[in-house]
Design a protein around this ligand. Structure first.
Ligand code: URP
Ligand code: ZN
Ligand code: ZN
Length: 468
């Protein structure tokens, strides 16, 4: 591992925008100084390579806290492995991912973590951590939560949806929130009312309404809002923070805003699919509609506006991808019955560029808020800050050089995710990730991948900062 000097760029963090040089020594950032001052100190003569960032932004590597690589929990496996998925992440400027580990039936969470380490260790192109999915609150599970905290897994996902598999009743959720208050773990909630959705699904199928668009009709925003309301009230009773994953609707956001006004520490993420795609996609003919099935489902255009406003008003903290891709063949069996379509969309590659495009170039958020949403806030919330999420002396040298003028068009023909279609096919983006460093190693050079599987290291995470 050598040294680098990044010159000529505009350094952007969550708080500052400055013309500066960035000096990297080994795996960390050594200094951020006035332009030219390091060159003046003779570094060039000592042979330190210079990376020009002329006309570009220089920002901390992205942190995507919601991926599902190699997940096997649905009817068919997710095709992106830790190797392929994290490579695509790197190409899009994301240098840290946090994936959802889970235990197979009959196994305990601690065994699930062993299993996930066996899949990911030595394979990843970027640094990685794990959340753990939970489904109950018995003594063994609680003991496992404590053990997992010692192993660097400090956040846990519970579900109010998917009855019969992942679903947790309110008593389980309350107990785990109470435990999290004591232990410092962060509970993450998938908030949709599962039992009510089951009723609507059954009624739709009885009425012969089985096309993909009924996936969305049977999961209305009101049932997201109801679940957000319930879990934020449970968090209030427990005196614990709570993190809502993949928030999709204006109604759900309204419940977040109301809970925050009551003083509840509710944090929430939304995803690119809820910012850019709407429910009309599900009505496309044949396979096309099936390609847009995820849960919560895509919503109306007005919801997109509300979510952008939530990001700008700081009621939403993060944009995460919920990357969970299934290819055409895997989705086809569900074209005539939406219940057979695996849930989830691809997206880990484009998040940074999309939030820049829709947010900064679209005039909705500032440059600093872009960095905060895509890097700093998730690093803080998931116990990685200040090692990740910022550019400062001592931080890991995870650096993105972003060209705001290098527009490009998203296509399955050119993307790097292991999936044969793109939900964003044809989306023209206004900027592009040019160069990426992971702990001081150039892993993307002028848009070309130069890293290797195994560059990424497991991140044992610390406690959350829940007021980022
Ligand atoms: O449809 C989705 N979001 N699939 C991934 C699993 C989840 O609930 O996050
Ligand atoms: Zn979920
Ligand atoms: Zn997910």
């Amino acid at each position: 591992m050598g040294s680098y000097l990044i010159t000529g760029g505009t350094v952007v963090t969550a708080t500052d925008t400055v013309t500066a040089d960035v000096f990297i020594d080994g795996e960390q950032i050594a200094a951020i100084l006035a332009p030219g001052s390091l060159l003046g100190a003779g570094l060039q003569r000592e042979g330190v390579p210079v990376i020009s960032a002329d006309g570009c932004y220089v920002l901390p590597g992205g942190v995507d806290p919601h991926t599902h690589f190699e997940a096997e929990g649905q009817s068919v496996p997710v095709l992106d492995t830790f190797a392929t998925g994290t490579r695509a992440a790197a190409l899009g400027g994301t240098t840290t991912v946090i994936d959802f580990a889970y235990a197979r039936p009959g196994e305990r969470p601690a065994q699930g973590l062993d299993w996930y380490h066996s899949k990911a260790d030595g394979q990843c192109a970027v640094d990685y951590g794990f959340h753990m999915m939970l489904t109950n609150c018995d003594e063994e599970t609680v003991a496992d939560v404590d053990q997992l905290m010692d192993r660097g897994v400090t956040s846990f996902k519970l579900y109010t949806a998917y009855t019969g598999t992942l679903y947790s009743t309110d008593d389980v959720i309350l107990r785990m929130l109470q435990h999290s208050r004591r232990s410092g773990a962060l509970m993450m909630l998938h908030a949709e009312n599962g039992p009510a959705i089951d009723v609507l699904r059954e009624q739709a199928v009885e009425a012969g309404q089985t096309e993909p668009r009924y996936h969305a009709r049977t999961r209305p925003a009101a049932l997201e809002a109801e679940a957000v309301h319930r879990v934020t009230r449970l968090a209030e009773v427990a005196g614990a923070p709570v993190y809502i994953v993949h928030l999709s609707s204006a109604e759900g956001l309204g419940e977040v805003v109301r809970a925050r006004a009551r003083g509840v520490r509710v944090l929430a993420e939304t995803c690119p699919q809820y910012l850019f795609l709407d429910e009309d996609r599900l009505a496309l003919p044949g396979f096309e509609g099936a390609g847009f099935v995820c849960s919560p489902p895509l919503r109306a255009k007005e919801d997109q506006e509300a979510l952008w406003k939530g990001l700008s008003d700081r009621h939403l903290q993060n944009v995460a991808t919920d990357h969970c891709p299934f290819c055409r063949d895997q989705r086809l069996p569900g074209v005539d019955d939406f219940r057979n379509i695996p849930n989830g969309l691809p997206g880990v590659e484009h998040r940074l560029e999309q939030v820049f495009h829709g947010g900064v170039a679209g005039g909705k958020i500032s440059l600093n808020r872009w960095v905060e949403i895509c890097s700093t806030a998730p690093a803080k919330i998931f116990g990685l800050y200040p090692r990740k999420g910022t550019l400062a002396p001592g931080a890991d040298a995870d650096v993105v050089i972003f060209d705001p003028h290098a527009g490009h068009v998203v296509s399955a023909k050119t993307h790097h995710m292991n999936v044969d279609y793109s939900v964003y096919e044809g989306q023209a983006l206004s900027g592009a990730v040019r160069t990426v460093l992971l702990r001081g190693k150039v892993v993307v050079d002028d848009g070309r991948y130069t890293g290797a599987s195994g560059d990424g290291r497991f991140l044992a995470r610390g406690a959350s900062i829940t007021e980022p």
